[in-house]
Design a protein around this ligand. Structure first.
Ligand code: UDX
Length: 462
């Protein structure tokens, strides 16, 4: 039988491209062929991509070349455009492949993109979602959208939900994804998630691939009867301790600079604070000033990522103009981008101040680094709850009811995590334990490996 041929469709953002590329690496290692698809402008910006046998790239225009400006169009409009353009490109790609006698065995796509399943069905090709957030989020959305909305409180100061969901403590308004909050401007994304879940339920064998691992979210993975959640994570670029045959693909959308690894090498073990807010969100200047104040008052060295030149080259954040820039540069290092997994696996890093994007959270867990959570929106609020209340590998900073986290509050959290003492040691111990479990899951013969192989065997034989 010919080796399987996968079409992998990644939404054009770093948090989708990273796990999709890691999944591509794993599929290639099994002897499969992969066509990796994203937008032309994202692909053009992907640096660090190595050539690999049996891996081809196919791109489609997101309209940037034709003058569609993401900054002046609403996210909803952008999603509609992506759906339209992606569907059209997939049709062409499938038809061209079929005309050459090269059929796709399966289409794997990063959620949320129900339109991909619609296209796959037209050509009778099996498709499956890669969920790039924790299983917990899938569980919450599923329950919310399937008759349990009343059990999930969404008032920021309301009482906890009366009936806890499987594997989770009673949730308060502070713990739920921001899309469920009353008046959320991203309600249309909830509608898209609803459509995605509906499409999945209609599958012959309803299931989802999830970038998590069994030992981390076992109950949440088993919380839904009519849908199978298959944990194939952690899907991460190679981390320290992995053997070189596991070399994985990278595709950074941003450019780094500065010899931060050399600088980290000059610092004592577990002494450096690493700060990053992912690839999408930008911080308002007053919040950055407060973070700077908090960092300075700890007196600890830090590495802070402040992105420059964001999506589609537009100028995003800059440290320019921070009132205490000179003092900051004496105490720490500010970079526009870095190789995050390399940083987190450096022995001198002792704490990650994070927005709790799922990739960042998972990367911190895999590297055994405790966290200070400063969630901003979406799943990040729930991930912060998991970090503090469920896995107990960090603390959540209090933003005074969703407002700015003040410097003093950041300093308090950093001392809790890095200051020694029982709670600090407890968090570090739990982080070490989860690190071992994550690596156990990812290695050959581990749970992720077994789950992915079982899925592949079934796809190939069906
Ligand atoms: C988005 C949402 O904001 C998040 O809530 C959701 O969980 C996933 O989609 P993003 O904000 O980009 O993601 O955060 P995250 O999921 O953490 O992904 C960022 C990626 O960029 C990580 O893989 C991280 O390693 C990488 N990164 C970030 C770098 O490689 N270098 C950097 O300097 C900063």
């Amino acid at each position: 039988m010919a080796n399987p041929n996968f079409l992998l469709v990644a939404f054009p953002s770093q948090s989708h491209i990273n796990p999709a590329l890691q999944l591509a690496s794993r599929l290639l290692r099994t002897g499969a062929s992969v066509t990796f698809t994203t937008t032309t402008s994202a692909h053009r910006r992907m640096t660090g991509l190595q050539k690999s046998d049996r891996l081809t790239f196919a791109t489609y225009s997101d309209g940037v070349e034709e003058g569609l400006k993401p900054s002046t169009n609403s996210l909803e409009h952008l999603m509609d455009e992506t759906a339209r353009r992606c569907s059209e490109a997939l049709r062409q790609l499938i038809e061209t492949s079929q005309s050459k006698g090269q059929n796709f065995t399966c289409i794997i796509y990063t959620a949320v993109a129900p339109w991909v399943a619609d296209v796959a069905r037209c050509y009778d090709i099996p498709s499956i979602v890669l969920w790039i957030q924790p299983a917990t989020l899938f569980e919450i959305y599923y329950y919310y959208l399937n008759g349990y909305g009343g059990n999930i409180t969404n008032e920021s100061n309301g009482p906890p939900s009366p009936t806890p969901l499987p594997g989770l403590p009673p949730l308060t308004g502070r713990d739920i994804p921001s899309f469920l909050s009353p008046g959320s401007p991203f309600g249309f994304l909830l509608t898209l998630i609803e459509k995605q879940i509906q499409v999945l339920k209609e599958d012959r064998r309803p299931r989802v691939l999830v970038n998590t691992f069994d030992a981390l979210e076992l109950e949440q993975l088993n919380a839904i009867d009519e849908l199978e959640l298959v944990a194939i994570g952690p899907l991460l670029p190679s981390f320290e301790g992995q053997d070189s045959s596991n070399a994985s693909l990278r595709g950074d959308l941003f450019q780094g600079s500065g010899d931060y690894i050399k600088w980290l090498g000059t610092k004592p073990a577990a002494s450096v604070i690493y700060i990053s807010f992912g690839s999408i969100s930008t911080l308002l200047k007053p919040q950055k000033e407060e973070i700077a104040r908090g960092l300075l008052s700890t007196g600890r060295p830090f590495l802070w990522v402040i992105r420059k030149g964001g999506d589609h080259g537009k100028q995003e954040e800059s440290e320019d103009g921070l009132s205490c820039e000179e003092e900051l540069r004496k105490q720490g290092m500010i970079v526009p981008w870095c190789s995050q997994v390399e940083v987190l696996s450096h022995p001198s890093v002792g704490c990650f101040v994070t927005h709790c994007g799922w990739n960042s959270t998972l990367e911190s867990l895999v590297c055994g680094v405790p966290m200070v959570a400063l969630p901003l929106w979406a799943d990040q609020l729930t991930n912060a709850m998991l970090i503090e209340d469920v896995w107990r590998v960090g603390v959540r900073a209090d933003g005074n009811g969703g407002g700015i986290v003040e410097g003093g509050e950041l300093e308090r959290c950093l001392e809790l995590v890095m200051g020694g003492g029982k709670r600090s040691e407890g968090m570090r111990g739990k982080a070490e334990k989860l690190k071992d479990l994550a690596r156990e899951a990812a290695k050959e013969g581990g749970s992720a490996d077994k789950n992915l192989k079982a899925f592949l065997e079934e796809i190939v034989s069906s």
